[in-house]
Design a protein around this ligand. Structure first.
Ligand code: AMP
Ligand code: FES
Ligand code: ZN
Ligand code: ZN
Length: 309
């Protein structure tokens, strides 16, 4: 297999682009695609202060590495979720990445700041861990960005993540989520910080190839709670389709963004947002979903500690 650009030995074949690249040309290609996504959706300006959500996995470390190499003004935020060894390893990789590059990193420990880690929160709520975890991640990233004066929050979602989310939203006709699914979600209120996904055009495999070729030391293990998750079922189904018809994932997401979502925007409910009476963040009700969840979890934890002595 030969590199499409220089005819040297190729390291990776990209069937959906009918091309193959050697290491330097692949890295060049990857950066160009990310840069194009950032520009196309006006994700951030050169002097914006960016808060990057960093899990320690290949996607968020690749994103942070890209932003640092391109001299963006960025800081990492890692949330320690308290999921046993998985969380400890994730934190270690994130911290050593930051140390090696002298990048600034903020860490929030869920249990220390809010009283429970993900497993305890899920026990108290009797809900699957991922729901409280996802809500907490989104909330904390936004809140820290707001409190610390960042202009934008950047997340590492890749094309596989976006295609799986889109598939789930379509299969269950989650109209509100569909209307909000976009690579650059603008800030529509002071307390809601703009949220962007610069890697949304790159597949999981392409991001992993970039991370490996750049020598990024990332956590390979998946969160133990992801076993059997619906998103994995959708990802596997999409992988099967992509194998037979390369480019399907990209077509699915890009056609939705270019042709379908703009039509939905006009039908999007004009939510009457106000301030959460507890934390002040934007919400459609009196109390935001995050504060409601923690109120319930704390009440249930207290009740069960009383009944169990
Ligand atoms: P996930 O929902 O695990 O697929 O993660 C999607 C994105 O959320 C990642 O690419 C990160 O930008 C962000 N993220 C996930 N986990 C964490 C974490 N523990 N701390 C900070 N950001 C995170
Ligand atoms: Fe949140 Fe797995 S990372 S439950
Ligand atoms: Zn080449
Ligand atoms: Zn709140």
């Amino acid at each position: 297999m030969r590199c499409t650009k220089c005819k040297g030995t190729a390291s990776i074949e990209l069937r959906r682009h009918h091309s193959a690249f050697c290491k330097p040309h692949y890295l060049e290609f990857f950066d160009r695609q990310v840069e194009r996504a950032i520009r196309r959706h006006k994700m951030f300006a050169p002097d914006d202060h960016i808060l990057v959500g960093v899990s320690g996995g290949k996607d968020s470390l690749t994103l942070w590495d890209y932003l640092l190499r391109n001299e963006y003004n960025c800081t990492g935020l890692h949330i320690h979720l308290g999921i046993g060894d998985y969380s400890d390893n994730s934190f270690d990789r994130t911290a050593s990445f930051a140390r090696e590059r002298e990048a600034s990193l903020i860490t929030v420990d869920l249990a220390e700041s809010y009283g429970m880690g993900v497993p305890e929160l899920s026990n108290a709520l009797r809900r699957v861990p991922c729901s409280g975890c996802g809500l907490s991640k989104r909330y904390i990233l936004n809140k820290e960005a707001f409190d610390r004066g960042f202009d934008v929050v950047a997340m590492g979602h890749n094309l596989d993540d976006e295609a799986a989310t889109l598939m789930g939203n379509v299969l269950h006709w989650e109209v509100g989520s569909l209307a909000r699914q976009q690579p650059a979600l603008p800030s529509n209120r002071d307390t809601l910080i703009k949220r962007v996904k610069p890697l949304y055009t790159m597949t999981e495999r392409e991001v992993a190839a970039n991370a490996i070729l750049r020598g990024i030391d990332y956590v390979e293990e998946e969160c133990p709670n992801s076993v059997g998750a619906r998103s994995i079922v959708y990802k596997n189904a999409l992988d099967d389709i992509e194998a037979k018809s390369p480019g399907t994932k990209h077509g699915f997401v890009s056609t939705f963004l270019d042709r379908i979502r703009p039509v939905m925007e006009t039908s999007q409910e004009d939510f009457d947002l106000r301030e959460c009476t507890i934390c002040g963040q934007a919400t459609t009700g009196e109390v935001c979903a995050f504060c409601r969840m923690w109120q319930q979890a704390r009440a249930k934890k207290e009740k069960s500690s009383k009944t169990h002595g």
